[in-house]
Design a protein around this ligand. Structure first.
Ligand code: NDP
Ligand code: OXD
Length: 307
């Protein structure tokens, strides 16, 4: 079986070693030396010209949970099945990041850091926990793991998704018709939605204004879900208390972007959940073996839906 591995950057060597070890039965190729046709492509953000040069016979594996970049490649063959990474060690990392952020906001660590800076000894009244309601946009693999981590602290939780869900101890909201009710109750809004034609620009002035005054936004999925100017306006006029952002419309975030220095923005460089090379290579290798054996495989992307 011929497998083309297309990854660039500093981790390319580690990916090659991981696949050589996880899938020893495959003939592994790299973009520079690939034959004109391969059975499988395993890739992260492949160059568009790759699809003009090389035919993919059986399936494409995306080395990430989000497939927005891949689906936006104009030369992508539309008749080849695409599979994404499912969790692969990212859900636990996402749960750590979001839990730390929610606790930082709830326990007002930023305010106490400021007080320390000015030498102020002042105890602040804490909001009752039942008023600190957390809403999670996206109840997929990552959203559900985040919800179960936050449940341990007994924050009132709600989740929003496209299809109806039943999850113990979580209020669930479905589709555009229930978005307003979900936003109105959410003191913290955690975004774990994929970037699709239906979600891009979803977090704008109209939707973010429906959060209660003093709400916090945590965006850990994709930057293009947020309209930056609208978010900045709502932080500046005091409606939103803070934004914790791990993802941006343009990455790296350009020097001089107002998020860099905004006092109510905490940002990280797309690290909330990193792709773990060995775990991911093992997951993809296992799926390739299932496909070769004619067995069902999970994680297939619905290109029309966009995730
Ligand atoms: P899933 O596909 O498992 O979950 C997506 C969730 O979003 C589902 O609950 C889905 O609803 C919901 N959804 C999608 N479109 C809509 C819509 N239009 N309206 C309402 N709900 C919608 O994805 P994952 O949980 O694995 O990952 C989520 C995203 O996180 C990825 O797409 C990626 O962009 C991002 N990510 C970011 C990382 C980082 O480091 N910052 C790392 C990994 C992922 P339904 O359940 O009904 O299908
Ligand atoms: C992903 C990511 O989608 O790393 O996996 O953002």
């Amino acid at each position: 079986m011929d497998v083309l591995l297309a990854v660039q950057g500093e981790d390319a060597t580690a990916w090659r070693a991981a696949f050589a070890s996880a899938l020893p039965e495959a003939k592994l190729h790299f973009a520079e030396t690939s034959p004109r046709a391969v059975d499988y492509l395993v890739a992260w953000k492949p160059a568009p010209e790759l699809f003009q040069r090389i035919e993919i016979r059986k399936a494409i594996f995306n080395l990430g949970a989000g497939v927005d970049a891949l689906l936006n490649v104009s030369t992508l063959p539309r008749d080849v099945p695409i599979y994404r990474l499912e969790d692969a060690g990212m859900a636990e990392q996402m749960a750590e990041y979001v839990t730390a952020t929610v606790l930082r906001s709830y326990r007002e660590f930023d305010v106490y850091t400021m007080q320390q800076h000015y030498g102020i000894w002042r105890r602040r009244n804490r909001l009752a926990k039942h008023e600190f309601r957390v809403g999670i946009l996206g109840m997929g693999l990552l959203g559900r793991e985040v919800a179960s981590a936050l449940a341990a602290f007994r924050f009132p939780l709600a989740g929003w998704s496209r299809s109806p869900k039943r999850v113990a101890d979580i209020e669930t909201y479905t589709g555009d018709g229930e978005l307003a009710a979900f936003l109105t109750r959410s003191r913290v809004l955690v975004c774990l939605l994929p970037s699709t034609p239906a979600t891009r620009g979803l977090l704008n002035r109209a939707t973010l204004s429906q959060l209660p005054a003093g709400a916090h936004l945590v965006n850990v999925s994709r930057g293009d879900l947020v309209v930056d100017g609208d978010l900045l306006a709502l932080l500046d006029d005091g409606h939103l208390a803070s934004a914790t952002l791990d993802v941006f419309g343009e990455e790296p975030l350009p020097a001089g972007h107002p998020f860099w220095r905004h006092p109510k923005v905490a940002l990280t460089p797309h690290v909330s959940a990193m792709t773990l090379i060995d775990v991911s290579a093992t997951q993809v290798a296992d799926k390739i073996r299932l496909l070769e054996a004619g067995k069902p495989v999970t994680g297939r992307v619905d290109a029309a839906r966009g995730y």
